[in-house]
Design a protein around this ligand. Sequence first.
Ligand SMILES: Cc1ncc(C[n+]2csc(CCOP(=O)(O)OP(=O)(O)O)c2C)c(N)n1
Ligand code: SF4
Length: 291
Amino acid sequence: MTTLTRKDFSSDQEVRWCPGCGDYAILATMQRTLPALGIPKENIVFVSGIGCAARFPYYMNTYGFHTIHGRAPTIATGLKITRPELSVWIATGDGDALSIGANHLLHVLRRNVDVKILLFNNEIYGLTKGQYSPTSEKGKITKTSPAGSRDNPINPLAFALTAGATFVARCIDTDAKNLQAVITAAAQHKGAAIIEILQNCNIFNDGAFAEFADKAVRNERVRYLQDTDHDTTNFDAAYLLSQHAYPEHAVPMGILYQAETPTYDATFSSQSEKSGDLKDLLRKGYVWEIK
Ligand SMILES: Cc1ncc(C[n+]2csc(CCOP(=O)(O)OP(=O)(O)O)c2C)c(N)n1
Ligand code: SF4
């Protein structure tokens, strides 16, 4: 078997993100991580909705779908239950996932569909030029909130945990080592895995995470969970960590929670085997014949 490299996962498409965007680092890390996972290239699919982050499938030399705003979880669910052998990844922004797509994200998580979700959180709408998003902080001044946003932000980790996700993690775009380790663990996880990736939009929300994510301060202000005695099977501890924010607390990075429960796609196929012939089912019981 030939060993794949980063190049094998890079497409011939011109990358159309702004120079300096955090998305480049995430793309490069993904392209470097996939070869080591040993998944046949033809079994990998990236599904996205709409947004800057959602351009991800174009740049991966794998199968991919660029679908409609907020609906990547729906398409990915359909794909996974009909083609369970595929490794299905979702690339989504905070607006795509948590505004128009929040309902869909909730259900892919609670059903524990075996898909891997990369949630690029830049706390802004990038593609549509800088409106506040569901993760923007209260008081955020943008074109759509000139007097400051009055909304309470969604905490993606708490959302995922309470929705029933079986793998919940957080990474920073520029911390390739940690991101690579978490992507690898997510790929090996059986069930819905979500990684919140703090991503710098240097055009519309530059430095959103700088006070703790900058290389110069990161080691004191971030808590790498793999270096602590955090038990990733402890839901209560994971929930508590999801509430930790700078400057009151160091910001947790890495895997907060991981659990093993049956996946939706596995139970779906075992159920369809049991349900028998569709024609017989339709003709069973009280039926009319229209003449
Ligand atoms: C049905 C529909 N509503 C609204 C839009 C406009 N729209 C496109 S992308 C987007 C949000 C992008 O923000 P985010 O998901 O955070 O991704 P980013 O661009 O920051 O990566 C919106 C509101 C759309 N394309 N379709
Ligand atoms: S607008 Fe922001 S998120 Fe979109 S490509 Fe530019 S820097 Fe990246």
